[in-house]
Design a protein around this ligand. Structure first.
Ligand code: ADP
Length: 247
């Protein structure tokens, strides 16, 4: 059969820091509309993989193909422009601004809310902000100062700030860290809603959450793929139990 087209094709990716291979000849492939979760012990190279994809860190070898673009040759802002969004572990929202204002500020340049001659707001943009706020469960909080949101709501706001840029690949680093059980359930629902239009890569340690969201799981160990497949498959893989899940 014909070779399959993936959204993201990571091939033989390697990066060394002072001779230490943090990511070592790594290959993996992400589908359209897939939620891929990367798990693995501390130091396995999970964060470095996301840093490589978003262009923060330059690869020593290998390739990262996103649709028809080679990301290893592109600058960080070009990668964002190509449709790759990344959320870091700590929220980077503006606490002194409202939910609405944070979302508004995240709209890509060239599509600003304010017209050139004063404060005429474009209805389409207002609708978009409301739509995104609804997606991230903050529709009733548009006028709320971000500082008084719960920790979970701040995480959602940041996801909203990423979503408003409409990335076709979204990468999230431990999105449910510090969330309540109820917030985790809603975050799983949120991710399932947003992948209708995109693919998502998540780094996660919370195995209950991984079970809830992952289409496929990639287990990293020492910069390499230790195991890959459904959660059911990887959690029963003796190699995974030995280095990660067993303790
Ligand atoms: P994980 O996210 O799985 O915990 P990391 O990707 O953060 O793992 O780190 C993998 C390894 O690479 C670790 O040993 C870490 O110390 C090392 N490392 C990561 N970034 C750098 C860097 N900029 N300089 C030197 N070593 C680094």
């Amino acid at each position: 059969h014909a070779p399959k087209e993936f959204v993201l094709e990571v091939e033989a990716l390697t990066v060394s820091f002072d001779g230490f291979k943090a990511v070592d000849d790594l290959s993996f492939y992400v589908d359209e509309n897939e939620i891929r979760v990367i798990i693995g012990p501390n130091g396995a190279g999970k964060t470095t993989v996301l840093d490589l994809i978003c262009g923060r860190t330059k690869a020593s070898h290998g390739s990262i193909r996103f649709r028809d673009r080679e990301l290893t040759r592109m600058k960080e802002h070009e990668i964002v422009h190509a449709g790759v969004g990344r959320k870091f572990q700590n929220p980077t929202i503006y606490e002194e601004l409202t939910v609405f204002e944070n979302l508004e500020l995240s709209i890509p340049r060239g599509r600003t809310v304010f017209g050139a001659l004063g404060f005429r707001r474009d209805q389409a943009v207002l609708d978009r902000i409301e739509e995104i706020a609804e997606f991230v469960f903050l529709k009733d909080h548009l006028k709320t100062p971000s500082a008084i949101l719960s920790h979970g709501q701040k995480q959602w706001l940041e996801i909203g700030m990423l979503l408003i840029q409409d990335p076709s690949l979204m990468m999230l680093d431990e999105p449910v860290a510090g969330m309540s059980v109820g917030e985790r359930v809603k975050t799983a629902e949120l991710l399932n809603n947003i992948i209708k239009d995109r693919s998502v890569i998540v780094i996660e340690h919370d195995m209950k959450f991984v079970e809830d969201i992952a289409h496929r799981v990639t287990v990293l160990h020492q910069g390499k793929v230790l195991s890959e497949g459904s959660m059911e498959h990887v959690k029963n893989d003796p190699k995974v139990v030995e280095v990660y899940l067993g303790h």
